[in-house]
Design a protein. Structure first.
Length: 173
């Protein structure tokens, strides 16, 4: 895979780690009947800022735009479905956040699990279908431009992303 696609796949690994943490916590809270509000708040912050604002913005505002140009030929174009799943993910996170706010365990569990299952499946499809298609379809020039844009975003987010590295390293301890 080319460098910009590799970067996106590395971000998927981080998002999957956070999802594992979220699903583990949901299982524990289901047993105890208590909501670990601080953990979910940190998880929601990670999802909204790292997974959505940072990672999904790179997909939606750069990669998908590139793939929808007339010059790019793919035998199928899953970007519409991927956008739909990003939106669905946002709805699950909203449900989780509402559950935390209202101290409603059923909503917390539904939101956390809904998000976790959706995004695991979504990431699988991107890693195994969309990204390989993109890697084949995009020209070297387009990939170089994409990489430059990704590196610029990474610089803008480097401060914020340090916080999220800490969140990830604190999981499963
Ligand atoms: Fe995506
Ligand atoms: Fe993705």
């Amino acid at each position: 895979m080319s460098k910009p696609i590799d970067l996106l796949m590395d971000e998927h690994k981080n998002i999957l780690l956070a999802i594992d943490g979220l699903l583990d916590q949901a299982a524990k809270d289901e047993k105890t009947g208590r909501i670990s509000a601080d953990f979910y708040r940190a998880g929601i912050d990670f999802i909204r800022n790292y997974a959505d604002r940072f990672h999904h913005a790179k997909e939606e505002d750069i990669l998908f735009i590139e793939l929808n140009k007339d010059s790019v030929k793919m035998h199928c174009n899953p970007t519409k479905q991927m956008l739909y799943e990003h939106d669905l993910g946002r709805q699950h996170v909203k449900e989780l956040a509402t559950g935390v706010k209202e101290n409603d365990l059923a909503k917390v569990l539904a939101g956390a699990r809904g998000y976790g299952e959706l995004l695991k499946d979504h990431i699988y499809k991107e890693d195994n279908i969309l990204y390989p298609l993109a890697d084949e379809a995009l020209s070297d020039g387009a990939k170089d431009e994409m990489l430059a844009k990704f590196e610029k975003i990474a610089r803008e987010y480097s401060g914020a992303n340090k916080k999220y590295e800490l969140f990830l390293s604190g999981l499963n301890k």
